[in-house]
Design a protein around this ligand. Structure first.
Ligand code: DAH
Length: 408
């Protein structure tokens, strides 16, 4: 319940060992060396850092609840991309290869570290983003898809971060023969006309540039067309989600050059909201490596009998995007704290109905309560994320904010 929020401030002192870090407790242990996750047994090892409070979140899948703000938002985006395949029940345990290697992440990427990600054991982890499913989804040969899922990252405790959140990945793959290219051109024309007549102001950047290059294996003209199709598709989605304001208050969108290991060119998109630019999503033209890996995966799984196998994934070109549902839902529903999405309080849940975007009405009447905690930490130091996981295991969502206020 948000109303009895507690704010913990930390005072850290060095030299003495801290109690055991937050680790899996008995409930999920099937035998001393195993844990059970969604009914499946996994061996634990020195890498295991998944906690009990995280394990309890795994079956909840808030995005699959039709009258929950995250489910309502998911349906709204799916209805915009109505002719895409809609996937939303993919298992959260993936291999580091799925999460990082197959997407071209470098070996020393910080996201791989145990302080940033939850590992089940050295070979399995909780996905940190929905991009972890790109290769296997492309391998099915599906040319247009949206995939929604819960994702897990070790993080601080405050009103906009939570170790579990929800992302939606979207992708569209095109063939590169003349007929397919003409189809993209026609689609771009249709979307441009629609946006030209709409109440939206778009600050754009070149589709490709020396610092945001076309991939060597791509025809530059095809890459430009695909990047334009991506921008038009996203701009029209943003109009659907955030448009509808007064004539003299158009939706303002800005495109920014970005870098992701699995796209080039890459972009971030922001909207102007209450006078501030707010990042909404990342996207780009899919790296050929990802599509090639999907081709390898297709062969590996002998998917030749699948309905879409004529797509011949490695010879195609496409775009992808990934967005965080909570950040968008917080704006659309006026939800001030990310932890509210997990509330089971009827005063929260009863406020929302299927297919309707309504403004959240706060119901808390209790003031915040501050607690200062001081303790010894090991000589080698302590990562704040380790402490935050310990706080979560003990206090659950009652701890609203954790700040280090001193370290001697
Ligand atoms: N996976 C990225 C993240 O979690 C978001 C993202 C960026 C997804 C670019 C994409 C993309 O598909 O093309 O930050």
């Amino acid at each position: 319940m948000l109303s009895v929020t507690t704010s913990a401030r930390l005072l850290l002192r060095r030299h003495r060992p801290l109690p055991l870090p937050a680790r899996i407790r008995n409930a999920s242990r099937t035998s001393p060396g195993d844990i059970s996750i969604l009914g499946q047994k996994y061996e634990i090892d020195g890498t295991t850092n998944i906690t009990q409070s995280i394990i309890t979140k795994l079956p909840l899948r808030l995005h699959n609840r039709p009258a929950h703000p995250l489910g309502i938002l998911r349906s709204k985006i799916e209805s915009h991309f109505h002719d895409f395949a809609h996937l939303s029940s993919v298992h959260p345990v993936v291999t580091p290869a799925q999460n990082f290697d197959l997407l071209g992440f470098p070996a020393d990427h910080p996201g791989r570290s145990a302080t940033d990600s939850y590992y089940v054991n050295k070979d399995c982890m909780l996905r940190t983003h929905t991009s972890a499913h790109e290769v296997e989804t492309f391998a099915t040969g599906q040319p247009k898809w949206l995939l929604t899922a819960d994702v897990y990252r070790r993080d601080e405790i405050d009103s906009s971060h939570y170790p579990v959140f929800h992302q939606m990945e979207g992708a569209r793959v095109f063939k590169t023969d003349q007929a397919a290219i003409e189809e993209v051109k026609a689609d771009n024309e249709r979307l441009s006309q629609y946006l030209d007549q709409s109440n939206i102001v778009i600050e754009d950047i070149p589709h490709v540039s020396p610092t945001n290059p076309v991939q060597p294996t791509h025809d530059p003209a095809h890459s430009e067309l695909v990047a334009l199709n991506l921008k038009l598709s996203i701009n029209s989605l943003l109009l659907k989600l955030f448009g509808g304001g007064a004539r003299d208050a158009p939706l303002q969108v800005r495109w920014i050059e970005a870098y992701f290991p699995f796209t080039s060119p890459s972009f971030e998109v922001e909207i102007l909201y209450q006078g501030k630019w707010l990042e909404i999503l990342g996207c780009g033209v899919i790296q050929q490596l990802t599509l090639d890996n999907a081709g390898g995966y297709q062969c590996h799984l002998l998917l030749s009998a699948r309905p879409h196998d004529s797509l011949g994934i490695p010879d195609n070109i496409g775009w992808a995007f990934g967005l965080g549902l909570e950040r968008i839902a917080m704006i659309l529903f006026g939800i001030p704290d990310i932890r509210l999405f997990w509330s089971t309080d009827p005063r929260f849940l009863s406020q929302f109905s299927e297919n309707q975007i309504t403004t959240f009405k706060p119901y808390s009447k209790y003031p915040a309560c501050f607690k200062d905690v001081s303790f010894w930490i090991p000589e080698a130091g302590l990562h704040e994320n380790d402490f935050c996981d310990l706080v979560r295991d003990v206090a659950g969502d009652l701890a609203e904010d954790v700040k280090m206020v001193g370290c001697r």
